[in-house]
Design a protein around this ligand. Structure first.
Ligand code: BTN
Length: 270
């Protein structure tokens, strides 16, 4: 990481002013916190976010940031981007698979709008920069079985990870600063929020099908040998893209199986 670009403080007014007019229409609240256990938990369990529309939380630091597969998300203060977006969907849970992939496309669009080159997605929810993990997305829900479902989309992007915090991450990672990219955290937050909110609208209208081609163009593992780990163990195969619902198509001994996300990790072998 480079210390030549001190991180700017997160600022609610700056973030709001950078969100596009179209995306601002349904925005009901945007909370900026100095520290929180988890911005996902804050919105899902917090008071005052029941009103219809979009609620956002951006935090300087998280003391119990949540990652996929029960992992912690290393969230030191003043360094990176930790944000969550809450809204309700009248969808059945199966749609969440496609929604989570659509959120990856939204983050990639935000990065591209900032001229960040080399962004790709690793199924289901890793954001890669030059092939290494830059960020991740965690969708969590609460709702009645018949809906509507309150869905929080949590996004973590490494901007300028302090070395001591980075040393505690148990997987290869990178940050924007290592690539000489310094978008400013407020501008980055505004761009990500704009694309996420617009993509959620697009998803409600047209489903994952509207994102599938973009997702495939960003797919970092297509036609590569991968190893999947889930509760029942591990298996190897060739990644063959995603189906219309966002399930991974894994070719094993000439046959394609659908892999739905959940408690699964995917390692690229070749
Ligand atoms: C992953 O494991 O790749 C997903 C990481 C998601 C981290 C973000 S940071 C903001 C939001 N709040 C959380 O507690 N987690 C998500």
């Amino acid at each position: 990481m480079s210390n030549t670009h001190p991180a700017e403080a997160l600022d609610q007014r700056q973030i709001l002013s950078g969100i596009s007019a179209a995306a601002s229409v349904g925005l009901r609240s945007l909370t900026v916190l100095g520290e929180v256990d988890s911005s996902n938990r804050f919105l899902l369990e917090g008071e005052g976010f029941g009103e219809a529309g979009v609620h956002v939380c951006v935090a300087e630091a998280q003391t119990a940031g949540r990652g996929r597969r029960g992992r912690a998300w290393v969230s030191p203060g003043g360094a990176n981007l930790y944000l969550s977006v809450l809204r309700s969907f009248a969808v059945v849970p199966e749609f969440l698979q496609g929604l989570s992939l659509a959120m990856g496309v939204a983050v990639a669009r935000a990065m591209q709008s900032l001229d960040v080159q080399g962004i790709a997605l690793k199924w289901p929810n890793d954001i890669l920069l030059s092939g290494v993990k830059l960020g991740g997305i965690l969708l969590e829900t609460s709702g009645r079985s018949r809906g509507p479902w309150r869905v929080v989309t949590g996004i973590g992007i490494n901007v300028q990870m302090p070395a001591d915090a980075g040393a505690s991450i148990d997987q290869p990672w990178t940050d924007l600063a290592a690539h000489g990219i310094h978008p400013g955290r407020n501008r980055l937050a505004s761009r990500v929020l704009t694309e996420v909110i617009l993509a959620q609208e697009q998803f409600v209208e047209a489903g994952f099908e509207a994102f599938r081609r973009d997702w495939e163009l960003l797919d970092a593992v297509r036609d590569r040998q991968v190893e999947l780990h889930d509760v029942s163990g591990s298996r190897r195969g060739t990644a063959r893209g995603v189906d219309t619902g966002g399930a991974l198509l894994l070719e094993v001994q000439g046959r394609c199986e659908r892999v739905v996300s959940g408690d699964i990790s995917l390692r690229v072998l070749t």
